[in-house]
Design a protein around this ligand. Structure first.
Ligand code: AMP
Ligand code: ZN
Length: 664
């Protein structure tokens, strides 16, 4: 690129970036993805490095984005708020460390703190004698908006600290993902605009001129930096974090103190996947030099500290083309549309398919084959479609009226969004789906029985339902192409070995509508034998915490059905008998208490489950208001956040063990 071209491109980039800064910071409504923004930003930076004479003071690379919304008072920050330099690869991360390490040639590996980069809105809070006096947004880093009234509406920000200190606290205001989704649902109902992501929802909720609106939004705050003029209050970043916790702040629990760059990279790799299990958005990791004296020595560039850097995760969202819509018929007959996409890299993997949930969702997205769509990595394995290009109109894909597998006209039960093939008994897709599900990991966990074997056994007429699996002989398996005696033996043995499942597995494996593994577990806890479940009335079921109307009715309908009775009788005939409740109660210590377990504990989870159940307690898979305790290990998941939000008591493993000692 020559000088003239560079000059033009730089002007162009500056304008695009400025425009997007405004969309992002002032209107909380971005037009491009973060990744696209970063690419443009990096291109500008590269060009300015190549042609330094084209670098001007007003370039977005020279300042931190963000302007003042009219209506807020300006607040001049006592200490400037910097941005963070970032990289998206481990080589650059190592280079950053080497640059810093060069300044300390006589030391061993430096102490670093690695923490999650929370994708919210950064705020600066000033405390005087332990009282909150000002809360402000970052703004351009020097001047922000005074939003003290709104800050006071956030419950996780203490207005009075546990000690009368003078302190500035920095942190991120964020909205939990579940609350963001709920807010968007409400907004859709009210005909209001949806927020693009949790960060925009947090920013839009916080920068409200009417703090009553802020009060209605579920905002939280993770403190990540303490700044004090008193150099003796804390000497390292880590100590600062501990002090913040002592003073009453919530910090993100996933920060760790490490030595050197290798463990940093391990943490980045770990969180690149694991972040999807958190109930808040993160867009990277932040790595900071722990020692504050060193931080001072290293200092700042015009926009970022030299003593810290950010690692950005691979993009979570990319644009690609919707090439087709595939219809899949599930084990309960629900017909689900799946997007077939032009293959594309997303968060480190090649993606060809994305979930479209149901036909209402397709209508809402207004999409059809041919549209460019934005897809996003989700907690599930298969990513989802977020939206289409606004300017494109290919019409809307219309829902099918017949089952793609058996041509039966589809139905839409009242109060449900899904379309169903009502041909439960004979639709081959449903039959095969139920057999496959029976053998799957989540259900009976029979090794080797997957989609392709089920297909072949079914096509040969060897099985018509999952009970038939148990009458298969080794010779039956050997009639299938490419299966030799050894594998036939293994398949036969795996099936025979599954004859005594736990009640939970058995109930899950039946493919009863609305009864997944977690619901099955709750029911199995109440009704330890098959007889007791079959004899349960609707009233018995609905009484159980965690079992709703739909699930109760579905259980009743299932066991009343003649065809299901035939299958259950066949199972019994072939010797398939669920065990009674696996755990005999030995005390009443935890009677009436419901536990949820999250994170990594020192022993496998079922050890704890067993202990709880033996003491008369219950274990549930999800947190609700009725949860008594959450037992949290290391790196807890979204259950932890939900528990915090609901005010459920959280126990460490040690606390948990104390529950038992007390009663001995
Ligand atoms: P950037 O906006 O990409 O320049 O990154 C800097 C921003 O990252 C800061 O202004 C904070 O809002 C945000 N951030 C999120 N989590 C952290 C953290 N743990 N430490 C420092 N900054 C963080
Ligand atoms: Zn069908």
């Amino acid at each position: 690129m020559d000088y003239k071209q560079a000059k033009e491109r730089i002007e162009e980039l500056k304008e695009i970036i400025r425009e997007n800064n405004e969309a992002y910071y002032v209107f909380d409504s971005p037009k491009i993805t973060d990744f696209e923004y970063d690419e443009l930003y990096r291109e500008l930076k590269r060009l300015e490095e190549e042609f330094p004479e084209l670098k001007t003071q007003d370039s977005p690379t020279q300042k931190v984005g963000g302007n003042i919304v009219q209506g807020f008072k300006e607040h001049t920050h006592k200490y400037r708020l910097y941005s963070l330099d970032n990289s998206n690869n481990y080589d650059d991360l190592r280079k950053w460390y080497e640059r810093v390490k060069k300044e300390y040639p006589n030391e061993n590996d430096l102490d670093l703190v690695v923490e999650l980069k929370i994708d919210g809105l950064s705020c600066a809070l000033s405390y005087k004698d332990g009282e909150l006096i000002i809360g402000a947004t970052r703004g351009n880093g020097i001047i922000g908006e005074n939003i003290t009234q709104n800050i006071k509406e956030i419950k996780t920000i203490p207005q009075k600290l546990t000690k009368p200190v003078n302190l500035e606290v920095r942190g991120e205001v964020y909205m939990p993902v579940t609350s963001f989704e709920r807010l968007n649902e409400e907004n859709i109902e009210k005909g209001l605009k949806e927020f693009a992501n949790p960060r925009n929802a947090a920013a839009g909720s916080l920068r409200q001129l009417d703090s009553k609106i802020t009060a209605q939004r579920d905002l939280h705050f993770f403190a990540y930096t303490a700044i004090s003029d008193d150099k003796n209050l804390f000497k390292t970043h880590y100590e600062g974090m501990k002090l913040l916790e002592e003073l009453g702040f919530e910090t993100n629990p996933n920060y760790v103190l490490v030595k050197g760059i290798n463990p940093v990279i391990e943490k980045c790799e770990y969180w690149a996947d694991e972040r999807f299990n958190l109930n808040y958005a993160t867009d990277g990791m932040v790595i900071k030099i722990n020692d504050l004296a060193k931080q001072n020595e290293l200092g700042y560039t015009s926009r970022a500290p030299k003593w810290a850097t950010a690692f950005k995760f691979p993009p979570e969202e990319v644009w690609t083309k919707l090439e087709g819509i595939e219809l899949s018929v599930g084990k309960t007959g629900a017909v689900t549309p799946i997007a077939n996409l032009t293959p594309i890299q997303l968060a480190g993997t090649t993606v060809k398919r994305a979930s479209l949930h149901n036909f209402d969702e397709i209508k809402r997205l207004g999409i059809n084959i041919g549209n460019e769509v934005l897809i996003k990595k989700a907690a599930e394995i298969i990513p989802k479609v977020i939206r289409k290009r606004e300017y494109e109109d290919f019409g809307v894909y219309s829902a099918p009226d017949k089952c793609p597998e058996c041509q039966t006209p589809l139905i839409k039960p009242e109060g449900e969004v899904a379309l169903y093939c009502p041909n439960t008994l004979y639709c081959p897709a449903q039959i095969k789906g139920r057999i496959e599900y029976w053998a799957s990991k989540e259900a009976m966990d029979i090794d080797g029985i997957g989609e392709s074997i089920v297909e072949k056994l079914y096509n040969k007429g060897l099985i018509k339902d999952f009970a038939d699996l148990y009458k298969l002989t080794i010779d039956d398996f050997m009639t299938i192409d490419l299966i030799k005696e050894k594998s036939a033996d293994n398949l036969y043995n795996a099936i025979q070995a599954s004859k005594n499942p736990s009640m939970t597995k058995f109930l899950t494996a039946l493919s009863i509508k609305f009864i997944g593994k977690e619901t099955a577990d709750i029911i199995a806890n109440e009704f330890p034998t098959l007889e007791s479940i079959i004899n349960a009335t609707y009233e018995d079921l609905i009484k159980i915490d965690g079992i709703g109307e739909k699930a109760s009715q579905s259980i009743i309908d299932y066991f009343k059905d003649e065809n299901n009775k035939i299958i259950l009788n066949k199972l019994q005939e072939y010797g398939v008998n669920p065990q009674g409740s696996a755990f005999e109660k030995t005390s009443n210590t935890l009677e009436g208490k419901t536990f949820v377990i999250t994170g990594t504990l020192s022993m496998p989870r079922n050890v704890f489950e067993e202990k709880i159940k033996k003491a008369g307690g219950k274990v549930s898979g999800s947190v609700s208001k009725k949860t008594s305790y959450v037992l949290a290990g290391e790196n807890p998941g979204s259950k932890f956040d939900k528990a915090t939000a609901l005010g459920v008591i959280i126990l460490t493993e040690r606390d948990f063990n104390l529950l038992f000692e007390d009663n001995n």
